[in-house]
Write a protein that binds this ligand. Sequence first.
Ligand code: NAP
Length: 282
Amino acid sequence: MEKRQFGSTERNVVIVGQGTWEIESGDRKAAVAAIRRGLDLGMTHIDTAEMYGKGLAEEIVGEAIEARRDEVFLVSKVLPSNASRKGTVAACDKSLMRLRTDRLDCYLLHWRGKHDLDDTIAAFEQLERDGKILSWGVSNFDVADLEAALEIAGEGRIACNQVLYHLKERAIEHAVLPWCKEHGVAVVAYSPFGQVNGFPGPKAKGFQVLQEVATAHGATPRQVALRFLMRDQSVFTIPKAASVEHLAENAAAGDLQLSAAELAAIEAAFPLGKVPGSLPMI
Ligand code: NAP
């Protein structure tokens, strides 16, 4: 699986990782097995959050990776309501307990909330000095939020911005993606299939283009879609999959290569759309 430098960190991270939102909604043993299968397939970037299942998703991830911690690029997120100076440190400690580890590879602010960004960033820097996190980043940050974070932290400190990005929601391409590229911030595409029912079906506009490109590569439309999202070198993605077939399909997207003509055809089939009033998020 292809790896890329993860933003301002020195780490090379696989381009297709594993999301864990609602991983706790099914059978726990199956969820643990699915994450381990994902690791076997090379999807070693695991994304979770204290919010998911009120900590249950982190517990499941912790069980899945306990014997394989060093293989994993582990990311979790602090809820905005906990993101005060003290609250961020306390939330991180709880996440580390549930994840059965002594460190996160990256710790994110889930979205910008009521607490001062200065306090959250001060806590992140403290956690990094203490070795509890190896880097930190943000999520759902529009350009004004990114500018504010940069003003506080300085260049080279924000590892990533995790944002909504799929074929039918390309809003980040207007300003957020260019800003992140300019400042060496990795972009992590969440909900890359548009969640449960968001992926274009066979009768949907544009599906034929995906199918034609897929057929030319012996691939699937979803693999083509994932690869399209990662056509820019700063982008990573974290689809969530509970089924073994889905995991295998998603992992193989990491090895697909699309030509400029194929990328252009997909661009035209799923147009960028207008500049949104605010950054779309889920
Ligand atoms: P998603 O990855 O776009 O979609 C997940 C859905 O797609 C699941 O129903 C899954 O089914 C299905 N799926 C996955 N691979 C498939 C395949 N190859 N073929 C057919 N169906 C497939 O949505 P998401 O879970 O919202 O986003 C991914 C991750 O991003 C989350 O899990 C979370 O870690 C992160 N996220 C972050 C934020 C944020 O605010 N930072 C917000 C949303 C999500 P099965 O599970 O049945 O396999």
